[in-house]
Design a protein around this ligand. Structure first.
Ligand code: 13P
Ligand code: SF4
Length: 342
């Protein structure tokens, strides 16, 4: 299969680019043209104006964002349409619009900026674009918060409670000014007064891969490997983030390892495929998982369905977005791209 994939890649030459997220299996990453975090992959999709076909090895919201940023005529395909994201599924446009109406009826529309994490569908990104908001990723969330606070006094952040809270903590926002929006309750389970006092309103979504990590695991690892540095993704809970030595996006984690001196011991709290690849790439270091946690959605991309996609280039699993949604979601994504991580 690898040889067949390489042959088709050769035949298509510059017409094709294969983008792979850091959580992809190593065989897939090995066949990709560019590997990155959500932000880097979007930048790449927006920049690749000459290619005809973008094959996105990642989850659906990432391929959908590439389709929004692509120029007219470019085709984005994903090897498995069912490669979704649990967290993205925790907010849909009906729920978000209802929450937005309830929230702004109390706080006033001019006082809330909606900020949506990249892990969301195009309808929600479009809602943000229409209402003066932006998309952010784990690599530019602090800059997006700063940008949002310059515009309005409150941020409505969705769908990841933890990235929102960890970013708020980093910006020294007091805990009592960050409230949770429980999507199953009227007013998100809050009183009018707490909404008026809040600086950040956090949707109650989360990632099952990252919320599995615990402070006990960190303590156990530290006992066993006192020399280790522990780095985690900001989708982990605040307790885990506070107990770690460093926190950042998947590309941040890759660079953290790259810049560490030979002989380092690094324990990582994120998806296992990335950690296992880093352990192979840096045999002069001891690189371990905080505990093994796999994203079954990312694992849906296989050599089999990648080959099938390439054999049917331009024809199968094309990711499309309706024009009006594309326009508004594109606004929110363009604002994100302007907030490039430093
Ligand atoms: P990154 O943007 O850090 O790659 O994260 C994407 C993601 O889905 C993490 O679970
Ligand atoms: Fe979604 Fe979590 Fe998988 Fe990332 S690791 S794609 S947030 S389910």
């Amino acid at each position: 299969m690898i040889e067949k994939i390489k042959k088709i890649k050769n035949e298509l030459g510059k017409k094709l680019v294969i983008l792979t997220h850091h959580y992809q299996q190593k065989e897939i990453v090995g066949l990709g043209d560019f590997q990155g975090d959500s932000f880097g992959l979007s930048q790449k999709a927006a920049a690749d104006q000459d290619v005809e076909f973008i094959v996105f090895c990642g989850v659906h919201f990432m391929a959908e964002s590439a389709a929004i940023l692509a120029r007219p005529g470019q085709i984005v395909q994903i090897p498995d349409m069912d490669a979704g994201c649990w967290m993205a599924d925790m907010a849909d446009s009906i729920m978000v619009e209802r929450a937005w109406d309830e929230l702004t009826a109390i706080a006033g529309e001019d006082s809330v900026t909606p900020l949506v994490y990249m892990n969301s569908d195009a309808f929600i990104k479009a809602h943000c674009g229409r209402n003066g908001g932006a998309v952010c990723t784990s690599s530019n969330a602090p800059d997006a918060f700063k940008w949002a606070f310059e515009k309005r006094e409150k941020i409505f952040f969705f769908p990841d409670e933890h990235l929102g809270r960890n970013t708020g903590n980093r910006m020294n926002i007091p805990a009592d000014q960050m409230i949770i929006w429980d999507r199953s309750k009227p007013l998100g389970g809050n009183s009018e007064e707490s909404i008026k006092n809040a600086k950040v309103i956090l949707w109650d979504g989360y990632c099952l891969v990252h919320t599995r990590f615990t402070v006990d695991q960190i303590n156990d690892r530290r006992r066993e490997f006192p020399e280790a540095n522990i780095v985690v993704h900001p989708e982990c809970t605040q307790e885990v983030v506070n107990a770690a030595d460093a926190v950042g996006s998947t590309s941040f984690i890759v660079n953290y390892v790259k810049e560490a001196p030979a002989g380092s011991t690094i324990i990582i709290g994120t998806e296992i495929n990335l950690i296992e690849r880093l352990a192979i790439e840096y045999p002069d270091m001891k690189i371990m998982t905080l505990s093994d946690s796999m994203c079954p959605n990312m694992a849906k991309i296989t050599l089999d369905n990648l080959l099938w996609t390439l054999e049917n280039i331009g024809r199968v699993n094309i990711v499309t977005v309706e024009d009006d949604i594309k326009k508004d979601a594109g606004l929110a994504l363009d604002r994100m791209l302007e907030l490039a991580p430093k």
